[in-house]
Ligand binder design. Structure first.
Ligand code: TYD
Length: 209
């Protein structure tokens, strides 16, 4: 008999909201429960997708139109899905991804442009899959932006759109949590990292098969 499919979990939120730390902590928590867990990220998570990532996160904010971004993020996601996510889930492993399609819905679909219909069309043609569970880290954009830029990662193309952009993103993620209320959980990320990690672990534990 093939192994039971693993659980597919995404973490979402504005830039600097602490997703990456929380994704790592959640992976540790699942492994501590004896679950075989893959931690991955977007854009990226497979070698071709990581090459596309560099085109997206470096350079001038106006380097790409929002429409071109949708295509590039989706191309990277398709590669990630084919080579990393699907094989892991089918082998019975859990997958935690730092961002997935909700980022495209909010960044390109609701914030860079009013392009949600185009995002949905391309998603259903090329991806057609949602996480089992999505944790959206909600926090004050001013604090988050200061944190994000302080990292000075050279990957600041989206941070460089500025504070009003991050405020719009936050509202977009809150709306998305209401739209997909079954799958999405909004987490207060202004709390300390230990509290956030423990809230996330509780929600995930309740959703384990
Ligand atoms: P990420 O590596 O998660 O950056 P950070 O750790 O700063 O949150 O993502 C890189 C950037 O790409 C981030 O600013 C969000 C943006 N992005 C989109 O605009 N659309 C997408 O579909 C994805 C996956 C990311």
């Amino acid at each position: 008999m093939p192994p039971a499919r693993g659980l597919f979990i995404s973490l979402e939120g504005i830039d600097g909201s602490g997703k990456s730390t929380q994704a790592r902590r959640l992976a540790e928590a699942l492994r501590a429960l004896g679950r075989d867990t893959v931690l991955t990220r977007e854009p990226g998570g497979a070698s071709g997708a990581e090459e596309i990532r560099r085109l997206l996160v470096e350079g001038d904010p106006d380097r790409w139109s929002p429409e071109t971004e949708i295509l590039l993020f989706t191309a990277a996601r398709r590669d990630h899905l084919e080579r990393t996510i699907r094989p892991a889930l089918e082998a019975g492993r859990d997958v935690i991804t730092d961002r997935f399609a909700d980022s495209t819905r909010v960044y390109q679909g609701a914030t860079r442009g009013d392009l949600r219909a185009l995002v949905d069309q391309i998603h259903s043609a090329a991806i057609g899959m949602e996480p089992d569970l999505t944790l959206i880290l909600d926090m004050d954009p001013e604090t988050a932006l200061a944190r994000g830029l302080a990292r000075d990662s050279g990957e600041d193309r989206f941070e460089d759109f500025g504070l009003p952009f991050q405020q719009k993103l936050r509202a977009g993620f809150q709306a998305l949590a209401r739209e997909y209320a079954d799958r999405c959980h909004l987490i207060d990320a202004n709390a300390g990292p230990d509290q956030v990690a423990s809230n996330i672990a509780d929600i995930v534990r309740r959703n384990l098969p």
